[in-house]
Design a protein around this ligand. Structure first.
Ligand code: FES
Length: 574
């Protein structure tokens, strides 16, 4: 198992030599109260921790870091906890997605610049997960992702409540006048009742599941509820294992193969995962130097059934999923669709990790012959409105709208939407197509989760609960409805979405994967000639960098200068 010798360790360059500089490095560890033998010639494990008091989903990660350290010590390593930028999905404005790349840079440079041999990535709340993984891909040191785990089921009046999903649902009921203020207030204290990330199959649950499917977590780690004692033990196991990975020199580049990405996409479809996963997986692949076109998602989605009966597409929550066998059980169910020989962080293959996994509750993890949907949890659309692609979560869309043509009602930006959507004189019916512009990677900026445009109150009162909505925004993984998202190129850079006007006919055709603006080309050319590119408001700091270098949705919204494998760039130690 052991391939490396102590003097081969990366950290040995800092602590091993008999030089004045290494004297300084060692003396500062002694300053911390350690002995030379504690850290010299041992794998130094950086625990990148996105714990923060303003990030409730990751609130327990400080304790979990202690459990990881226990495992690292047990295996003969030396743990060091390093704070990482904690993006709270709830609080980070204008959009947490704006900061994913900042966390990725933080993670990459923390690992590269310090005497670190291996890493454990502690993340959970939406963007803390892909941000850490993107950084670790680029740093390419042995690394394991340890998911924060889903929070416990929400509870209101004995009914289970799901993060996000039930907020949208009951808010619509409140706007329609069907639930009371008292009920609404009671839900507020029952919907998030433990640490952990959103317990629907939202973005955090999806990205944690995909981290496992792609081979970056220990088997079974992604489904364990945050407060469960098994979560503590999994943290200890992760600490123990990463030390072995350092000796084995097992790096992300050894794990993240094209087949591993296909496994992740296959699992994404089978769990009815968040549409955000598409953007993040494309970003991962580009950092690995792999081409992952949107068409791959569509191709795989056509042959993978949705088996996880979880909100927002289904009925149950992540705690139920864990008791039903968790992700290993689901993956065992689609074993024939996976590349079983892909390596994972525990040194075993996916196939070996699935041995013995079985489904305990067939309501929650459906059998192949009785899926939640036979195929296509997610579809990729192209057409005159989306030359570089758009995304729709078909399993969360009302079937009546899978083929639909209707007149556009256009909102120029979110402020415009907010000001007019609920006006009683808004000229809409349930057959209208609501259009939101200026909500993409640059327009938002940060591609906010505005893609589930609210149903106008006057239609809610008539009983309407879904209609076609299109935008260059993203949508929360906990959201639902007939929402076309990620339209690329975005309106802010002059994509066709920028040219849509009230009353234009828009055609959505999911079976044929089309999204078209039914306006004559001559008219569109005239509108294009009049279009003026907006002037950005942000001119300084991180936002200015973001504006200059972020890519479009179909390219993963990563910075263009990071979207390739890092050169070997070990820091000089002078
Ligand atoms: Fe943190 Fe949903 S708010 S995962």
């Amino acid at each position: 198992m052991t391939n490396k010798k102590p003097e081969d360790l990366r950290s040995f360059r800092w602590f091993g030599p008999d030089t004045m500089r290494a004297f300084g490095h060692r003396s500062r560890m002694l300053q911390l109260g350690y002995r030379r033998e504690d850290f010299t010639g041992k794998p130094i494990i950086g625990i990148l921790n996105t714990w923060s008091e303003i990030n409730p989903c990751n609130a327990h990660l400080r304790e979990r870091a202690e459990a990881v350290k226990r495992g690292v010590w047990q295996a003969g390593g030396f743990p060091v906890e390093i704070p990482a930028f904690s993006i709270s999905e709830t609080y980070a404005k204008p959009s947490p997605m704006l900061y994913r790349n900042l966390l990725a840079m933080d993670a990459e440079e923390s690992l590269r610049s310090m005497p670190i041999d291996g890493a454990v990535l502690l993340g959970g709340c939406d963007k803390t997960n892909p941000g850490l993984i993107m950084g670790a891909i680029s740093a390419n040191l042995p690394a394991i992702f340890f998911p924060a785990g889903p929070m416990l089921r929400g509870n209101w009046n004995g009914q289970p409540l799901g993060s996000g999903t039930d907020v949208w649902k009951f808010w619509a009921e409140r706007c329609a006048g069907t639930i009371s203020d008292d009920d609404w207030n009671a839900m507020e204290s029952g919907i998030a009742r433990s640490p952990g990330f959103c317990m629907t199959m939202g973005t955090a649950s999806t990205m944690s599941s995909l981290a496992e499917a792609i081979g970056l977590t220990l088997p079974g780690a992604s489904s364990i509820p945050a407060p469960d004692s098994n979560h503590v033990r999994a943290a200890i196991d992760t600490g123990r294992r990463v030390v072995e990975m350092v000796w084995e020199d097992l790096k992300p580049s050894d794990i993240l193969t094209p087949a591993a990405f296909r496994n992740a996409i296959t699992v994404d479809m089978a769990i009815g995962g968040s549409t955000n996963a598409i953007i993040h997986l494309v970003a991962y692949a580009r950092r690995c130097g792999l081409d992952l076109p949107l068409s791959t998602f569509d191709e795989i989605s056509r042959c993978v059934p949705v088996l996880a009966n979880l909100r927002p597409s289904g009925k149950f929550l992540m705690e139920d999923f864990y008791y039903a066998g968790g992700l290993r059980a689901l993956m065992a169910e689609i074993r024939d669709l996976l590349h079983l020989d892909c390596r994972t962080v525990n040194g075993q293959t996916i196939g070996q990790n699935l041995e013995g996994a079985c489904v305990i509750n067939r309501d929650v993890i459906r059998p192949r012959e009785e899926p939640l949907a036979a195929s296509a949890g997610t579809a990729i659309l192209y057409g005159s409105l989306a030359p570089d692609g758009a995304v729709i979560k078909t399993v969360a869309a009302d079937r009546r709208f899978h083929q639909h043509t209707g007149p556009a009602m256009v909102f120029r930006n979110y402020a415009d939407l907010d000001a007019r959507i609920h006006r009683d004189d808004l000229d809409v019916t349930e057959n209208s197509v609501l259009v939101l512009q200026s909500a993409g990677p640059l327009g938002g900026p940060g591609m906010p989760e505005w893609g589930m445009l609210p149903i106008p109150d006057k239609l809610l009162r008539q009983g309407v609960r879904d209609m076609v909505r299109i935008s260059d925004a993203r949508m929360s993984g906990t959201a639902y409805g007939t929402c076309v998202l990620h339209i690329s190129p975005e309106s802010y850079v002059g994509g066709p979405l920028a040219l849509v006007r009230d009353g234009d006919r828009i055609s959505l055709d999911i079976p044929n994967r089309r999204l078209d603006l039914l306006v004559p080309e001559a008219e569109l050319a005239a509108r294009r000639a009049q279009w003026v590119r907006p002037v950005p408001k942000e001119t300084r700091g991180y936002l200015a960098l973001y504006r200059e270098r972020v890519t479009q949705a179909h390219q993963g919204c990563d910075f263009d200068f990071l979207a390739s494998p890092a050169e070997e760039s070990e820091p000089e130690i002078f």
